[in-house]
Design a protein around this ligand. Structure first.
Ligand code: NAG
Length: 580
């Protein structure tokens, strides 16, 4: 995994202090570091600031004050700072004052604001997250109180820390011009939890493994069986009938055939393999879609086996790493598709394909970063991290894409369509409004969306509220279901389109599958207004920006899946029909 060099040095430097935290083993009396991470309003999970933007005071103990370990952490706004609290393994501390806040007018206002907005803070001990509340306000919104005593109950088993509980005690009323002492106490207790299970208490099985979740999976599964059955039945029967009709027509003489009512998908055989309009963009989208699909599968499988939630930022780091490493897939499929479509600007295609997804992500992140910097939120991405991401794009993703593109063009770049493409495009006949590509595109996403929206609820809730998503097995199943449903639906859509003698199936199949993402985005708007209590410019932009990104990635993925399934279908039916 990518580590930035400076923090690595920092990590080596205070080995004496930190050696414990990395193998999680402590000797009796060894130092245990309480890291302060972030504060922020409870309802805006992503609006976080460094803990010390609130005028809290630090303990007297000094040690290194900052470290970012991984790229993922830096991107997710982890801002660890030492609390200055003196905690030693297995040594109880009885209510000690560690510092004093001098409440002047500014400090008073800041704390009042934080208490009013239900600010929470987060800390870490030995990688275990701890949440606490800053203060409390009484019912008539007049008096504001600050919690001043942190009571830490730490559970250990052998030489490892297994469990930390924080209780906030001692409310002090906030008034200007007083001094508020902050105190802490530590109590060590032997617990029976084992190290592998120490994160279990953060998981919420009653939420994630609720009957509804199982039921929805079962439901989607039934839908898949039904849909696959339906699609194969319809296609078998109609296609058989079509073939029968076409072969009967073959036996008629030319005269009869000219008078006969030949219609249907066979009519467009001379156009169906005509290159899609805007082939550069099209093949870039398909290539990126392949890659996103592959990355999703790999990351989910790693997450199933890796318990990634126990390490800060590791899911994001893994995703970036897998994305960079799978770039050849993008190049291969995008490049070979472009070559088969007879495109000549392959370098342009490669650049577009390589940077399509990264530039979307960076564009949105950059925009949100501006707002984050304005708010001085800890989500603001540090400059070094931006450079690291740019380096990955140019020195890893691009070359690997180039390798993939060259392989793709040489191994799979020959057009081998079952029908020749006519020189002159056939005019597209008038048809009913519901056979128009635009309508098909809009309707195509409904069923795939229906098969995933319950899962979307769980994913959204774990991202935007305080829940840790851990049921990646469900996610994998839903992804498989989504792919199958998408393929079935787009095949049916394409069959109708071609039957209406409209040969523009390539973009239509891509877009009708990709329209799933439009429904997901609409659902996310609903979710924002009815399921969360987020507010403020920062959180709102963050939410809608990242939801747009998520939906777009999902759309590109579904689109590619739909297109690939459909193109196999189209190739199959036109291979079987005899064309004179
Ligand atoms: C923390 O709280 C939980 C639930 O109240 C309890 O089961 C556990 O024993 C506590 N741990 C410690 C170390 O006190």
């Amino acid at each position: 995994m990518k580590r930035r060099p400076v923090p690595l040095l920092l990590l080596l430097l205070p080995c004496v202090v930190l050696a414990d935290e990395h193998d999680h083993k402590y000797k009796d009396g060894a130092e245990v570091v309480l890291w302060m991470n972030t504060v922020g309003p409870y309802h805006n999970r992503q609006e976080t600031y460094k803990y010390f933007v609130l005028p809290f005071c630090k303990g007297s103990k000094k040690t290194i004050s900052h470290y970012h370990e991984t790229l993922g952490e830096a991107l997710q706004g982890t801002e660890l700072e030492f609390s200055g609290l003196d905690i030693k393994f297995k040594e109880d501390v009885y209510q000690i004052k560690y510092c004093e806040i001098d409440v002047d007018k500014d400090v008073y206002n800041t704390f009042m604001y934080a208490v009013k907005n239900h600010y929470w803070y987060q800390m870490y001990i030995d990688d275990l997250p701890i949440w606490g509340i800053v203060g409390e306000v009484d019912e008539n919104m007049e008096s504001f109180y600050l919690w001043t005593h942190k009571k830490l109950d730490i559970g250990y088993n052998g030489d490892k820390i297994m469990d930390v509980n924080l209780t906030s005690e001692v409310k002090v009323k906030l008034v200007p011009n007083i001094k508020i002492p902050l105190t802490y106490s530590v109590k060590w207790k032997k617990v029976g939890v084992t190290f592998d299970h120490r994160f279990d208490k953060y998981l919420d099985p009653s939420f994630f493994q609720h009957r509804i979740h199982w039921f929805s999976i079962f439901n989607s599964f039934m839908m898949v069986i039904f849909l696959v059955g339906l699609v194969s039945m319809i296609l078998m029967r109609t296609l058989r009938k079509d073939f029968a009709r076409y072969s009967k027509e073959e036996e008629m003489d030319d005269m009869e055939r000219d008078l006969g009512d030949e219609y249907g998908w066979k009519q467009v055989h001379g156009d169906v393999f005509r290159p899609a309009s805007n082939p550069v963009m099209f093949s870039a989208l398909i290539g990126s879609g392949y890659q996103v699909l592959f990355v999703s599968f790999v990351v989910i499988i790693i997450a199933i086996f890796g318990d990634l939630y126990t390490e800060r930022g590791s899911l994001l780091s893994t995703a970036i790493f897998v994305y960079a490493a799978t770039s050849p897939i993008n190049g291969y499929f995008g490049g070979s598709l472009y070559a088969r479509q007879g495109g000549r600007l392959w370098i342009k295609q490669m650049f577009v394909g390589a940077f399509l997804v990264p530039s979307l992500v960076c564009g949105v992140a950059f925009f949100i970063n501006f707002i984050a910097i304005y708010y001085q939120a800890s989500r603001a991405i540090p400059f070094g991290t931006m450079v690291a991401v740019a380096c990955i794009c140019f020195f890893v993703i691009l070359p690997l894409n180039l390798v993939g593109t060259i392989l793709g063009r040489n191994l799979a770049g020959q057009p081998n369509f079952p029908c020749r493409v006519n020189a002159v495009p056939r005019p597209i006949p008038e048809k009913k409004w519901f056979m128009e590509p635009a309508v098909i595109v809009c309707l195509g996403g409904i069923l795939p969306f229906g098969s995933i929206f319950i899962e979307m609820y769980f994913i959204f809730t774990s991202f935007w509220a305080y829940k840790i998503y851990y049921v990646y097995g469900f996610m994998l199943l839903v992804l498989v279901i989504l792919c199958i449903v998408t393929v079935c639906v787009t095949i049916v859509c394409t069959y109708f389109l071609l039957n209406a003698e409209d040969y523009r199936w390539q973009w239509t199949s891509f877009l009708s599958a990709a329209s799933t993402s439009a429904y997901v985005y609409m659902y996310s708007i609903y979710y924002f207004f009815f399921k969360t209590k987020m507010y403020g410019l920062f959180q709102t932009t963050f939410y809608f920006g990242y939801m747009a990104l998520f939906s777009m990635a999902l759309g590109v993925m579904c689109g590619a899946v739909g297109y690939v399934g459909t193109s196999a279908f189209v190739r199959k039916i036109y291979t079987n029909v005899k064309i004179d």
